[in-house]
Design a protein. Sequence first.
Length: 231
Amino acid sequence: MKKIIFTLAVMGFVLALTSCNNPLNKKYNEDNLEKDAREIFESKKVDSTDMEYMGMYIVRAKMSGEKLDGKTYNDILKNAKELRKKTEKEDAEAKALAEKTAKAEEEKRQTFAKILTVALYDKGFNKSDFDKGEFEDYLTYKIAYENKSDKDIRAVKGSLLITDLFDTEIETINIVEDEGIPAGKTVMKVYTTKYNQFEDEDTRLKSKRMEDIKTVWTPEKIIFSDGSTLE
């Protein structure tokens, strides 16, 4: 019996000594953080990824005002891993939602494209003429609508995204065309937006040639003359 008690006591002592020697069991202390981090890394108790998680968690806590006093580095690592797992899950959900939305938008665009084609075929700049009572400059857009359906379109609503050749957005024009587009016909319209020489998007669009821009039509709703709609 004495031998068993002695053996258990020795095992308890060794376990306690091992625990004390584990730098992860140290309590967080900002003043000793650099020294503690070096000891933790050199102990090989954690890998470089875990060290990165802990570092990011400590920085986040400092920025958010979270108190780490009294917590061991083991506690911090556990919290860091849980936060990382939660963040990765949220990122995955956000990515899935974005992909689902993009797919739905593309399917919608293709459905609308079977009915109506919208194209920017020219753009220009209208300088104000004080003698004619014009006091503002305008950017002009010539847009063609081709109704490929067998029903007259009463009105259409959507937006035209204009980008450079690298797909960087220059301007987005919201359009409501309510003067009608007959079935099987193509209608050309001219629209204007006020030009502001201090707005980067306006000056960029004014200086771009047609061959140096790209457009994407995003439909929102079509109202047909018979009262039916597509949206």
